[in-house]
Design a protein around this ligand. Structure first.
Ligand SMILES: C[S@@+](CC[C@H](N)C(=O)[O-])C[C@H]1O[C@@H](n2cnc3c(N)ncnc32)[C@H](O)[C@@H]1O
Length: 239
């Protein structure tokens, strides 16, 4: 059987559910149930605070999924363009969250570093983007591509002052995570990006790569009791 890519894994996963089951589409669940509203608030507040969102911001939401997450702060910013590799999830974003003259979405495989693909259908031009969000997703890029990807964003989106990358599976806690699930960590390939969790990163190595790509990287602690805080980390990149 051929192995599925992360885009295919997410598309097949989302297709099982009702088209309005937005949290389930992107696996924002615990034991199969939607995360509680309180947890969703922690997440959206952490994005607002990390990116210091304001009315002047145009946000590039990379790996945007079905657009559900960014719709929570769309009224607080000037505009948004979301990009995801899943045609199915982009269709859901367009049907449910697109706001005329304010938000747009594109289907593009981000591992291709294809600027035209990223900017297709965009209401905004390359220079308009002031902040970039990569939520729950950097782990679906192969580790060997991370440096080139962050360099690409640094060079192409020169007016973007921040990238918030969160929450990333933390390699240091992988053994604890799998032990709780009765899985021996030595049987798992932690570097495989084409799995439901994606690849696991070491925070220090991750920040070194980001710094090497031109950004200034800082780890941002979880606020409150985020349900994934025991095995993930967050990073803010700035110029
Ligand atoms: C956990 S979801 C996160 C979606 C959204 N950021 C959120 O937090 O609700 C991961 C997303 O990454 C997308 N994805 C995975 N690999 C990708 C790639 N190479 N290019 C573009 N999107 C990709 C999947 O289609 C999926 O929508």
């Amino acid at each position: 059987m051929t192995k599925l890519s992360a885009i295919e894994i997410y598309t097949k996963h989302a297709e099982q559910y009702d088209t309005k089951d937005f949290l389930k589409h992107v696996w924002r669940t615990v034991d199969g149930e939607d995360i509680p509203a309180e947890q969703l608030n922690f997440i959206t507040n952490s994005i607002r605070n990390a990116l210091k969102l304001s009315k002047d911001d145009v946000v590039l939401d990379l790996f945007c999924g079905n657009g559900h997450l960014s719709h929570f702060f769309i009224d607080e910013i000037k505009g948004l363009h979301g990009v995801d590799g899943s045609d199915y999830l982009i269709k859901i974003a367009n049907e449910n969250f697109r706001i005329e003259n304010k938000s747009s979405y594109a289907c593009s495989d981000l591992s291709l570093l294809n600027l035209d693909g990223i900017l297709q259908n965009s209401l905004f031009s390359q220079k308009d983007f002031t902040k970039i969000l990569i939520f729950g997703s950097i782990q679906y890029l192969s580790k060997s591509l991370l440096a080139d990807f962050l360099t690409f964003l640094y060079k192409k989106f020169t007016n973007a002052i921040y990238i918030y990358i969160a929450p990333v599976p933390n390699k240091r806690y992988a053994a604890d995570f799998f032990k709780k699930r009765n899985v021996d960590v030595t049987t798992v390939n932690l570097d495989d990006n084409n799995t439901p969790i994606g690849s696991w990163h070491d925070p220090k190595e991750f920040m070194d790569i980001a710094n090497g790509a031109g950004w200034k990287a800082q780890e941002i602690p979880f606020e409150n009791r985020h349900y994934q805080s025991f095995y993930r980390f967050n990073v803010l990149l700035s110029r």
